[in-house]
Design a protein around this ligand. Structure first.
Ligand SMILES: Nc1ncnc2c1ncn2[C@@H]1O[C@H](COP(=O)(O)OP(=O)(O)O)[C@@H](O)[C@H]1O
Ligand SMILES: [Mg+2]
Length: 247
C-alpha cells in the first residue's frame, strides 16, 4: 500500500550550500503510524519535517506528502520545542488561533477548542495567560492548538526537549494515549532514544552528510509500554551501539 508520506530518492539542497543536507532518502510512512526520527544535531531532522509540511520543496527525487486540506482541516500541524504561544492570548484563545485559517463557525471552533483543552487536561486553565502556565502546560496548549486543525499528520520537532524529566514523562504518556485513541499519523523528532522507542511504531535514524535513512526499526513491543521493560532497554542499547559504530 502506498504510504501517506512517501519519499523516493529525496534530495534537499539549500541555495548556495556546498552539499545537500539530504540525498537519496527513501521513506514511506503509512496512515496512523507513529514514526520517531532520531539522529545527531544538524543531520537534517527538522529539514525533513519542513518538507512534509511543504515549507521546503525537494531539489531531487520526489516527496508525496498529505494533500492540501479544506476549510475544516489542514494536512499537517507542527509542535516545536518551545510552545510558541501568543503571550497576549489565553490558553483557549491560543487554541482557537490555530483554527483561524479554517472556515469553521465560531461555535464549532469553540467546541473543538474546549474538547481539546479537556483532552490535554487543561480545562481548568483555559482562561490563563501563557506566562501563568508551566512549561509542560504551555506545551499541552501547543499540542491542543496543533490538533485543532485535525491534521492528517502531526509533526513534532523535539516537543519535550526543553522539559524536566518528570514533566516529559507525563507528556509522553499523554501523547501515547492520544495516539492510541485517535490513531493520527505522527512524525516525532527526538534525540532521546528511549523516548523514541517508548512512543513509536518505528524508529528511523537519519545519518550521514548528506543524510539518508541509516536504520529503520519496527518497534513491536505491545502497548501500553513500560519504561522499565527489558525489551525496550535492550533495543535502546542496540541502537546506541550502532550509533557508536556507524556502518
Ligand atoms: N534555511 C536554511 N538555509 C541553509 N541551511 C540550512 C537551513 N536550514 C537548515 N540548514 C542546514 O541544514 C542542516 C540540517 O539542519 P536541521 O534540519 O535543522 O538539523 P536537525 O534538525 O537534525 O538538527 C544543518 O547543517 C543546517 O545548518
Ligand atoms: Mg532540528
Amino acid at each position: 500500500m502506498a504510504g501517506l508520506i512517501q519519499f523516493h530518492r529525496l534530495g534537499l539542497s539549500f541555495p548556495g550550500a556546498e552539499r545537500p543536507v539530504i540525498q537519496g532518502l527513501d521513506l514511506s510512512v503509512a496512515a496512523g503510524e507513529f514514526v520517531a526520527i532520531i539522529g545527531t544535531s544538524g543531520v537534517g531532522k527538522s529539514t525533513l519535517l519542513r518538507v512534509v509540511a511543504r515549507l521546503l520543496l525537494p531539489t531531487e527525487g520526489t516527496a508525496d506528502v498529505p494533500p492540501v486540506g479544506d476549510g475544516r482541516r489542514l494536512p499537517v500541524a507542527m509542535v516545536f520545542q518551545d510552545a510558541r504561544l501568543l503571550p497576549w492570548r489565553s490558553a483557549r484563545a491560543n487554541v482557537l488561533f490555530g483554527m483561524e485559517r479554517l472556515s469553521l463557525p465560531r461555535r464549532e471552533a469553540e467546541q473543538r477548542a474546549d474538547s481539546l483543552l479537556d483532552r490535554v487536561g487543561l480545562s481548568a486553565h483555559a482562561s490563563k495567560w501563557p506566562r501563568q502556565l508551566s512549561g509542560g502546560q504551555r506545551q499541552r496548549v501547543a499540542i491542543a492548538r496543533a490538533l485543532g486543525v485535525e491534521p492528517d499528520v502531526l509533526l513534532m520537532d523535539e516537543p519535550f526537549g526543553a522539559l524536566d524529566a518528570m514533566t516529559r514523562e507525563g507528556l509522553q504518556d499523554e501523547l501515547a494515549q492520544l495516539h492510541r485513541r485517535d490513531g493520527r499519523t505522527v512524525l516525532f523528532v527526538t534525540h532521546d532514544i528511549e523516548e523514541a522507542i517508548y512512543l513509536a511504531d518505528r524508529v528511523v535514524l537519519l545519518e550521514g552528510a548528506p543524510a539518508s535513512v541509516g536504520l529503520d526499526i519496527e518497534i513491536s513491543i505491545a502497548r501500553p509500554r513500560r519504561r522499565e521493560d527489558s525489551a525496550l532497554q535492550d533495543l535502546a542499547a542496540q541502537i546506541r551501539a550502532r550509533l557508536r559504530t556507524p556502518a
